[in-house]
Design a protein around this ligand. Structure first.
Ligand code: UDP
Length: 416
């Protein structure tokens, strides 16, 4: 049996006055046409990373819209997640060809998951199955017969995938009725265009990570874990992953600190179930930061969760997201939603969130990242104006109801 994730209850009505009214009205209208449609989401981890973040909010809201929706986690061992993390890295551009042994691990695990899914009592009830990212992308190929329509949702920056890995995965991806990418630039050229849809992700403004939090409470949350909220602070929140360049952030911070005395750095990272690389990166980070009292490294395993991330994104003078490749980077919209400016790598989905100069500064190197931090910390009026423009951009384009509207519009076209 695959593990079903418990989610809370949410209502569309609570987004009135927060998300744009026309989006909420359009969402209610398309949902009415889909009432009763049963949807299953499959991914590899219930926490840590953008996909679980999205599903935790999207699933309850679909249920509120009378579209019964479940979220299940596929099963895999360390060998499987090592292979899928390698595929993830290869889809983002790292050179790598899946070896025969890796293919065997991937296909055997996918076959086992397909069998478990098929044996679940509720499997035949689903009208649509959405598989997220490479981990569950082969399951469709091993399910004997499925009356459901299948969608593959790619959250990765696949603008320049390794050709060997992509040609291997492509056969599995092609078994889906639709494939969804964050940006048109990420669509590999050899997919049938009529099955491809583009939908940028979105954040949930009402989740504990993004809900309103007054500055005094946020300051005591940070004080509790050793951050002095009255001293300047820059923070990066991201999985410990080489594409997020945490070591580059530390180098940029050290350059910036030379010009901003007393500057603190927080690196907040999560250890997702499906990310065996994280511990290795964590060790590299602590090796270069352990004897620096102003560099603070936190993880979900030490109790730094959604509310702490909320506080960091509100009270940091600048949020950093120095990605080298990035599917979307929900953390950028999360920070902008709080009016906090971002200094971010010009990668993947990040420029989309900070278009037209809104939200902060895009950078291409450690030096530019340091200069960006210093410039915004030294000019609070400019920082505030950039943050405010970013917040309005997120309100219009990157809140959850808009994403659900895109997704349900696709399902409407697929099943009606
Ligand atoms: N996140 C978190 N705690 C951490 C690190 C990350 O809650 O220590 C969350 C972060 O707030 C965001 C998600 O994980 O909601 C990461 O999504 P993003 O799209 O930025 O990157 P991904 O991990 O999907 O590559």
């Amino acid at each position: 049996m695959l593990h079903t994730v418990d989610v809370g209850e949410f209502s569309l009505a609570s987004y009135r006055g927060v998300a744009p009214e026309e989006v909420l009205d359009a969402l209610a209208a398309v949902a009415a046409r889909l009432r009763g449609l049963r949807v299953l989401h499959l991914n590899a981890t219930p926490y840590g990373g953008g996909v679980s973040e999205l599903l935790r909010s999207a699933v309850p809201l679909c249920n509120d819209l009378d579209i019964p929706t479940r979220w299940k986690i596929i099963a895999g061992n360390e060998a499987f997640f090592t292979v899928t993390k390698k595929m993830h890295n290869a889809l983002q551009g790292a050179a790598s060809t899946p070896t025969p042994a890796e293919r065997r691990v991937y296909e055997d695990t996918s076959r086992r998951n397909a069998a478990m899914l098929g044996a679940d009592a509720d499997f035949d009830d689903f009208d649509v199955v959405v598989a997220h990212d490479p981990q569950p992308s082969a399951i469709r190929s091993f399910v004997d017969s499925s009356p459901a329509r299948w969608v593959w949702r790619c959250h990765i920056d696949t603008a320049e995938p390794d050709p060997h890995t992509w040609s291997y995965l492509r056969d599995f991806v092609l078994r889906h009725d639709r494939t969804v990418f964050t940006s048109a630039e990420f669509v590999p050229p050899d997919l049938p265009a009529e099955r491809v849809r583009i939908m940028p992700p979105a954040i949930d403004p009402l989740s504990p990570k993004n809900m309103p939090l007054d500055r005094a409470t946020a300051a005591s949350v940070l004080n509790w874990i050793g951050i002095e909220a009255d001293r300047p602070l820059v923070t990066q929140v991201s999985r410990f992953d080489p594409w997020k360049d945490p070591l580059g952030v530390i180098r940029a911070y050290r350059l910036a600190r030379a010009e901003v005395p007393g500057l603190q750095l927080a690196l907040v990272g999560s250890m997702a179930l499906d990310d065996p690389e994280a511990w290795e990166i964590y060790r590299e980070i602590t090796a270069v930061s352990d004897n620096d009292p102003d560099v603070h490294v936190f993880t979900n395993l030490t109790g730094v969760g959604n509310v702490e991330v909320n506080a960091f994104q509100r009270l940091s003078g600048v949020m950093v997201q120095k990605s080298l490749r990035e599917g979307f980077g929900l953390v950028v919209s999360e920070s902008l939603w709080k009016g906090t400016p971002v200094v971010a790598g010009r990668a993947g989905g990040i420029p989309l969130q900070m278009a037209d100069g809104a939200g902060g500064l895009l950078v291409d190197s450690v030096e530019e990242c340091a200069a960006g931090m210093v410039a915004l910390l030294a000019d609070p009026d400019r920082a505030r104006a950039l943050g405010a423009a970013g917040q309005e951009r997120v309100r219009r384009h990157f809140l959850l109801p808009r994403l659900l509207l895109d997704e349900l519009t696709m399902l409407d076209e697929l099943v009606n």
